[in-house]
Design a protein around this ligand. Sequence first.
Ligand SMILES: NC(=O)c1ccc[n+]([C@@H]2O[C@H](COP(=O)([O-])OP(=O)(O)OC[C@H]3O[C@@H](n4cnc5c(N)ncnc54)[C@H](OP(=O)(O)O)[C@@H]3O)[C@@H](O)[C@H]2O)c1
Length: 224
Amino acid sequence: MPRTVITGASRGIGHALAIELAGRGHDVLALCRKPVEVTGLADVDGVTVRGLDVASPVAMHSFATALDGTIDILVNNAGIAGGKLRDNLSEADFRMADDVFRVNAVAPLLLTRLLADRLPPGALVVNVTSIMGSNAANTSGGMAIYRASKAALNSISRTLAAELGPKDVTVLAVHPGWVRTDMGGPSANIDTETSARGIAQVIADADPAQNGTYLDWKGDSLPW
Ligand SMILES: NC(=O)c1ccc[n+]([C@@H]2O[C@H](COP(=O)([O-])OP(=O)(O)OC[C@H]3O[C@@H](n4cnc5c(N)ncnc54)[C@H](OP(=O)(O)O)[C@@H]3O)[C@@H](O)[C@H]2O)c1
């Protein structure tokens, strides 16, 4: 039974992925910023809900220190869109950018490094990125800070792949599709269950030869 840790599991893709992976026999630790407010997870067989705010380095240190045993799969899923940059050089613009980079890029790096000793040979790290992080695919512009944060996460995935690959740990950057969530909005292409099934299959099929690759929820390669 693989032991799987998922950040940002309170709603959206992380919530659906916790349920999907538990259904496939994983022992899921669903990490949520405000666990008391989470619905539809606590009673799912194979899911344990715990608190973790990935914007807090203190909370991440405490979590990593208190955790016992090893982790087979770490899914860095928590993310924020950050809203619109108003380009007016306001303190609010800078604070928004700081928050987006902190949650979307820096937190996955630090959490993975904090847990690196708990990842045995054969373990897998999935960084939930976005096609918006692809520089090659960026022909439309828009959402500059969110895009840049996911491009940073893609870079961080390559760094972690280089660092952890020699320990036989595989690191993937995975785009979940355009998904109907609070972030993706109601017009998105697929629902959370479809995205979660796809990501779960990418996880099931993961191979060390894929270390450092950028894939979508169907397992297809994406351009950096
Ligand atoms: N939806 C899409 O179309 C789409 C496309 C590409 C990539 N993605 C990526 O997929 C991931 C999940 O997105 P989603 O669509 O499911 O978004 P969502 O519905 O807005 O959910 C975001 C999740 O991240 C959590 N989160 C945010 N900040 C956190 C923090 N500081 N600590 C812990 N958890 C935090 C939220 O927790 P709270 O409930 O506490 O706020 C929530 O569980 C994100 O990384 C996103 O960038 C989504």
